[in-house]
Design a protein. Structure first.
Length: 380
């Protein structure tokens, strides 16, 4: 298989690399992290001006028609810079749900705005009790006049505090755990009855819990058919998993580079500690894990846009399992090789380590995806 990038893909990669390198120095990131929004509005504007928020959308909606490889290139560079903007939540997951499930009028109205970076989305699919099961939904959607009334709670909605619109799952029928009966709804970020509890996450983002206290939405807020959103949620979550895998590779590359540089400069007994054979062996192990993660990210990028199938899901789960384990291993080894400085908040390595560990837990950790992979193999 030819893994060489096309000229257009190389230009995309170089554009994203230069932008992140110029705008996401660690000190700048700390300023963004501590701001009210928790990210840089200026950087988001640059993403849109360069057409990077338009990558996965069709040209008819103002996009550039990119696929899994283009998304992978973008997310890898965002991971390299530990970028805090809600790119995955708004562009990939939120935009993907509208693209797949939205009506013609919804797509014509919303996708051009998302592609232009003018509309930020956040997605609330999980609840406090869900634990990676996207069908474990207790939020209810009850008919109210010509629309719906939404009541329930959504947990850890990244970017929800600044989202112009939110996509939330709610149960129009069935019981918690049933794949049937789940619907998706678009609600305004300032809708009446919507309460947000905002907090910082362990890896530097801002998340929030959404409390839906009888939020009234019109029938036009429904995405797709009532009660039949689960397959779309599962498919687009797969695209988000592929994006997280790519982001992890970028973060791992920087973590390995930081660690190697430290071993070359930190001295004990008058020599760089990188001269010690046992530490060289551990660096080799980190490099091996990184190469394995790169390979899996390439594989998953090549299939993520395929039609839904058990084979696609097996590859997604295999990639999330392997990259999750590799990322956590690299993070832990990097801290061990750095010693105490590796845990200090003022040093960027600690932030890479936290992000890698949290990526492992987003949309299913390595243990969860090992179970999913095993079940799919049993049923193959």
């Amino acid at each position: 298989m030819d893994f060489k990038l096309t000229e257009e893909q190389q230009m995309l990669q170089e554009t994203a690399l230069r932008l992140v390198r110029d705008e996401y120095e660690f000190e700048k990131r700390e300023t963004y992290r501590q701001s009210e929004t928790g990210f840089s509005e200026g950087f988001w504007q640059q993403l849109s001006e360069l057409g990077l928020t338009a990558i996965p959308f069709a040209e008819e909606y103002g996009g550039i028609g990119g696929g899994g490889v283009e998304t992978q290139l973008m997310m890898t560079e965002l991971g390299r810079g530990l970028c805090l903007e809600p790119y995955m939540q708004s562009v990939i997951l939120g935009g993907g749900l509208i693209t797949q499930l939205g009506s013609d009028s919804q797509k014509e109205e919303l996708i051009p705005q998302i592609a232009a970076g003018e509309l930020k989305l956040a997605v609330g699919l999980q609840e406090p009790q869900s634990h990676y099961n996207l069908a474990d939904i207790t939020t209810r959607a009850e008919k109210s006049g010509t629309g719906y009334r939404l009541s329930g709670r959504k947990a850890v909605v990244i970017g929800g505090h600044v989202a112009d619109k939110l996509i939330v799952s709610a149960r129009a029928g069935g019981e918690a755990g049933d794949s049937q009966g789940i619907s998706l709804f678009l609600i305004d970020g300032d809708a009446a009855g919507l309460e947000k509890r905002v907090y910082p996450t362990n890896d530097g983002f801002k998340g929030c819990d959404l409390f839906l206290n009888g939020v009234e939405v019109p029938a036009s807020a429904l995405l797709g058919e009532e009660g039949n959103a689960y397959e779309g949620i599962l498919y687009q979550s797969g695209r988000a998993i592929a994006a997280l895998c790519a982001e992890a590779v970028g973060a791992m590359e920087e973590t390995v580079a930081l660690t190697l540089d430290y071993l070359k400069t930190r001295k004990q007994f008058g020599v760089p500690i990188g001269k010690f054979q046992v530490l060289q062996h551990r660096m080799v192990d980190m490099g091996s894990e990184l190469e394995q993660a790169r390979s899996m990210a390439l594989v998953v990028a090549s299939v993520v846009d395929d039609a839904a199938s058990p084979a696609r899901q097996r590859i997604l789960s295999a990639a999330k399992n392997i990259i999750g384990r590799s990322g956590q291993y690299v993070a832990e080894q990097a801290i061990q090789l750095h010693g105490g400085i590796g845990m200090t908040w003022e040093y960027n390595l600690a932030h890479y380590a936290k992000r890698l560990i949290m990526i492992n837990h987003q949309l299913g950790d390595n243990d969860h995806h090992l179970e999913v992979f095993s079940e799919l193999m049993d049923n193959a």
